[in-house]
Design a protein around this ligand. Sequence first.
Ligand SMILES: [Zn+2]
Length: 390
Amino acid sequence: MSLANTISILERLVAFDTVSSRSNVELIDWVANRLEDQGAKAFVQHGDEPGKANLYATLGPDAPGGIMLSGHSDVVPVAGQDWSTDPFVLTERDGRLYGRGSADMKGFIACCVEAAPRILAAKLSVPVHIALSYNEESNMHGMRLLAAHLAASASRPAACVIGEPTLMQVVVANKGAAIYRCRVRGHSVHSSLRDQGVSAVEMAAEVVVYLNALQRRLNEAERHDGFEFPHTSVHAGMIHGGTAHNITAKDCEITFEVRALPGVSAAAIVALVREHCARELVPRMRAVSPDCDIVIDEILDAPGLDERGNGELARRLMPLCNCHALGRVSFGTEAGMLQEIGVPTVVCGPGEIRVAHQPDEYVEIDQLARCRGFLDTLTERLARGELVLG
Ligand SMILES: [Zn+2]
């Protein structure tokens, strides 16, 4: 079984610089045209910002049900990373293919595009959909939009596989990913008169202290041993504020995240932070100066993937990819958004998450071979009516 075709498709996909801050339209059009030429029906959904689009291509009958093979088209930046090859030129060395997105997750997309002619030739009675989203690595707006479209569509798939790199093991659960920006507005005075001012830096520090206390409470609460860190986590990753050592800071901004266990609401956790600010911190600040405030905005809130919704699908797919034990991961994926609209979803794709987002990211050619094998077996089982998707 030659993988030359898969590799040449991957080479083309990697050459599109689809870092999340840039346009992904050229890649989407390239895949859409290719699949349409082969007989698929391609729906390009324009995004909520210019230069962004999703693709939903249907192979086989225009009917409800079937399975969706889904990947994000964007990649993380290479700026500041020390690569030993050009990250946008796929480079083969020792059985590995190096390039930005090779593992996360253009390798999976290449396998799907390569398998398309065989899926079409199989004349399946249920459709196989190839879905590509944008901005997975930033705000997940692409899948948010596509999921809304599918929720209202008559041709909603019965199941979905998202090909994030899992070494072709079936992952049934991932934590949620929610990001928040907390803006603290203080009151500036010369620091020698500090009792007449409010330092936004100091108040932001109190917010961080509260977040740490919240983490200790979460450690006492729910536990799920399937995850390496078995609790919901809260983490402040960035803080910026102040202009000089002798001015009480007018502004300070914290960016924090909540990685909630499946079934746990990040919004409910952030409500506790907002309540603490409103009850304890803001009144203290306003007692000095009424213009002070703390505002927390949501940047992203993607739900976790809850294995209570996909067990049956996982059991049916496991034998198709030689998976012996179900996995759970702590990184966020788009899977929870699909399960929210009633599409059972698992994560399974070639490559390792360990090398994703890193310089010299790679996918092993052997992983692409396994993915190809999985897609061919899937097609075969669907053709024989042996794989019931619910
Ligand atoms: Zn990814």
